[in-house]
Design a protein around this ligand. Structure first.
Ligand SMILES: [Zn+2]
Length: 332
């Protein structure tokens, strides 16, 4: 997750921008696979369905759902814009970093339309019925983006070389979403407390439950929680449950060895902090009942991390274990 802070101009609101991204691979199957392979060769193929020619090709007849014979035919490369939509402010997830059109393009010889990008300098150059042709990328992978964009005209812009030797059977994709959320006053206070090495919560004046410092309200009583409800929490507790995580090496994973996350029941009050890091304890030594205390980042660690404060995790205190068997039931 990437975060950044910015202040709006109209009102002084701090927002945090987050990006959640996860990559996946999918197999393409017997029809999309050849379609993608053809793209790498700077060709478009369609599939015959009765008297119709369908592009992009489908495995199944869209009307009867019957499996189609693999009767492929070349179409395009030029085509006609059936309809289009102008993107005046592209985001980082759009295929071009300047204004462009998304268009349904019926390639010559096809009866159905392909969705793609038309790269023109302004919306005035777009029209339904306009003729377009593909501009191919030099580096082609067997992906729909092997066509960088369609451009006005009849002639495809082709590039020599760059063809993968093997048929394309898999597609890699990064699903990604970026969003901004405003940062509440309570969240700012929570960070300030952490920077000061304080463990604090907010106590509901009605039910007396204690919540994390960044919580805005008690969900049981719908009471707003403010600075008036702040309480200091003891910085010691007991492990009530734990999980050993064996890291899978997905992109962005920085852990390589198995590690633990523990639930800590705070001393004297009825609060369980969930999924806390345990510091300097081999995974085989993690156990329910272990007495632990907060570890804060050192000044050097804070400087390294480029942030004011940080709860690093929890460390054994060396006290005898709590042997109460009901502890295992306290996961929240
Ligand atoms: Zn309450």
């Amino acid at each position: 997750m990437r975060t950044s802070h910015e202040r709006g101009i109209a009102e002084v609101t701090i927002t945090v921008e987050s990006t959640i991204k996860f990559p996946y691979k999918r197999s393409l199957g017997p029809v999309i696979g050849p379609f993608m392979t053809a793209l790498a060769e700077q060709r478009f193929i369609a599939i015959r369905s009765g008297s119709r020619v369908i592009c992009p090709p489908l495995e199944w007849d869209p009307e009867t759902a019957a499996e189609l014979p693999r009767d492929f035919v070349d179409v395009g490369p030029a085509g006609t814009v059936c309809t289009w939509s102008w993107v005046s402010r592209p985001t980082e997830q759009h295929p071009l970093d300047r204004p462009f059109a998304f268009a349904l393009i019926k390639l010559d010889g096809a009866d159905t339309a392909l969705t793609h990008v038309v790269d023109v300098e302004s919306i005035d150059q777009m029209s339904t019925g306009m003729r377009v042709a593909p501009r191919w990328r030099a580096e082609r992978l067997g992906h729909i983006t092997d066509v960088e964009a369609f451009v006005p005209g009849e002639e495809a812009i082709t590039v020599n070389g760059g063809v993968p030797g093997e048929p394309v059977t898999m597609m890699s994709y990064d699903a990604s979403i970026t969003y901004k959320i405003p940062v509440s006053d309570n969240t700012i206070k929570a960070h300030e407390a952490t920077a000061q090495g304080r463990l604090v919560g907010l106590k509901c004046p009605v039910c007396e439950r204690i919540y994390a410092r960044d919580r805005g309200f008690c969900p049981i009583d719908t009471v707003e929680l403010t600075d008036d409800h702040e309480v200091e929490l003891p910085q010691r507790g007991v492990v009530t449950s734990y999980t050993i995580i064996t890291p899978v090496q997905y992109p962005g994973q920085t852990e390589t060895e198995p590690f633990s996350r523990v639930m800590v029941l705070i001393d004297e009050i009825d609060v369980v902090m969930m999924y806390q890091p345990l510091v300097d304890v081999p995974v085989e030594d993690v156990r329910i009942g272990m007495r632990v205390a907060v570890v804060w980042a050192s000044e050097a660690e804070k400087a390294d991390a480029g942030r004011p404060g940080n709860l690093v995790g929890w460390m054994p205190t060396g006290e005898p274990d709590n042997t109460d068997p009901s502890l295992a039931n306290r996961i929240m």
